[in-house]
Design a protein around this ligand. Structure first.
Ligand code: C5P
Length: 449
């Protein structure tokens, strides 16, 4: 297994990719590289020398003579990075409106891109890095471990950009910002060389309804799932998870369970819950459930997801797809005035209609100051929904879809005293999110919608 981690983040202007990349890199303790800063520094150099974007030959001369470097964040002055042009710190000048307007034109020059991509590749060779730009997954890091296409609606991006302008005291109307962003999107997406695009192997994350923390946490869970490849041991995933939790400023929630010493529960194939991370190496076609919880500022969150390791088959894909869809539908029921029974009924109906079984001995639960709190959130309806607790404003629940391909009975899967498995050894999966009941509907705390 290689020991570098390279993450490519591409996305349209004001999608939050810089802030996300910087935060993620800091949490992971690896290098952050903002490639847009290089194009901006070159644009600044051109403008200072009176060279206009369409004067391609002169732009290239400026580029050949310019030494542009991007340095790591400096916490002392709160900047995400420092960009130097011929050793001058030009960071404060690269977001001037004139630069922002001209940069897409300069970045569209094929020869400029060729030089920039070569310089960027040389910089990150053999390094663990979160790299952010418009062509990272396509050109700069085509072999990245994780390619993310970060996006949000045009309106949301304009709103975020407007807030940034207001903080800097720059006066603009929402309409002006919208028009600006639309124009820059068009230039970045329609240029002939390396246009901004969502690549087929990129994971698209729409951040429209997410805050910054949710975006970064969602990426970390995805990272754990991506790291789960054939040949990787469960204990390696546990170690990575422990690091991710610590770097997020939290502590592992599951260690608050007396006797449980791990940050994750990792269950393979017929294992249902409470699987202990062992030296077992994942095999192609295994199905793996990662269940993870974090205590942050005294509050617990709990989330689980199941994936196929390596290549699966239609039957396994269908099995997991049903569980995921069931979780989304169950969360849709988590509204004030509804009852726990409405969630239970949705889970039971969807799982049973697909021909699978709910694992009835295990349930979702309240979560908050403790990992497990009242009420229980069963996956089956035992009486009329009206006889179950009503959902109230501000309540936080871990909704869990825990089910099996065959029968839902469970037994201890081995002699470790923790791992529970299906009695008939059929496959099992878990899809779980922590949600808060809000006035405007459920808020997913372990992933934005
Ligand atoms: O990310 P930022 O908005 O600072 O980037 C400025 C501009 O630089 C983008 O609008 C795009 O035109 C260009 N760019 C690019 N390729 C990259 C990074 C930025 O073309 N990898």
């Amino acid at each position: 297994m290689k020991d570098t981690l390279q993450i490519a983040i591409d996305g349209p202007v004001a999608s939050g990719s810089s802030t996300t990349a910087a935060q993620l890199a800091e949490d992971l303790g690896i290098t952050f590289f903002n490639t847009g800063a290089m194009y901006r520094a070159l644009t600044l150099a051109c403008l200072r020398q009176g060279v206009r974007p369409h004067e391609v030959r002169r732009v290239l001369e400026v580029l050949q003579k310019a030494t542009i470097t991007v340095e790591q964040p400096s916490h002392a002055n709160g900047r995400m990075f420092i960009v130097r042009l011929n050793s001058e710190d030009v960071t404060p000048f690269i977001h001037a409106p004139g630069v922002s307007q001209a940069v897409p034109k300069i970045a569209a020059i094929p020869e400029v891109r060729e030089v920039m991509v070569a310089r960027q590749q040389a910089f990150v060779k053999g390094k663990s890095v979160v790299m952010e730009g418009r062509d990272i997954g396509l050109r700069v890091l085509p072999q990245a471990d994780l390619k993310i296409y970060l996006t949000a609606t045009l309106e949301e991006r304009a709103r975020r950009r407007l807030v940034q302008y207001q903080k800097k005291g720059i006066e603009k109307t929402l309409e002006e910002v919208l028009a600006d962003i639309k124009d820059r999107d068009e230039q970045d997406m329609s240029r002939a060389t390396d246009p901004l695009q969502k690549l087929p192997d990129a994971w698209e994350l729409d951040t429209t309804n997410m805050n910054q923390e949710q975006v970064v946490e969602t990426i970390k869970m995805e990272l754990l799932l991506r790291l789960s490849q054939p040949g990787v041991s469960l204990i390696h995933l546990e170690e990575r998870a422990t690091i991710l939790i610590a770097r997020s400023g939290g502590t592992p929630s599951f260690r608050t369970v007396p006797g449980y010493e791990w940050a994750t529960c990792l269950c393979v194939n017929e294992q249902v819950v409470h699987g202990i991370p062992t030296a077992y190496k994942l095999k192609d076609g295994d199905i793996l459930t990662i269940d993870i919880g974090m205590v942050y500022k005294g509050l617990h969150t709990d989330t689980a997801w199941t994936k196929i390791v390596g290549s699966g088959n239609k039957e396994k894909e269908q099995f997991l797809n049903v569980g995921e869809q069931t979780l989304w539908k169950a969360i849709d029921q988590a509204n004030m005035g509804n009852r726990i029974g409405d969630i239970s009924q949705t889970i039971q109906t969807m799982i049973e209609m697909a021909g699978y079984s709910v694992v009835t001995a295990l349930t979702g639960h309240g979560v908050g100051r403790q990992l497990h709190e009242a009420p229980q959130v069963p996956g089956i309806l035992k009486g009329p929904p009206d006889s179950t607790p009503e959902l109230v404003d501000g309540e936080t629940l871990a909704i869990e879809v825990i089910y099996a391909q065959g029968h839902g009975d469970i037994v201890y899967g081995n002699d470790d005293g923790w791992t529970l498995a299906t009695r008939d050894r059929s496959l099992s999966a878990v899809f779980e999110h922590t949600i808060a009941i809000g006035q405007k509907g459920p808020i997913i705390l372990t992933k934005g919608e």
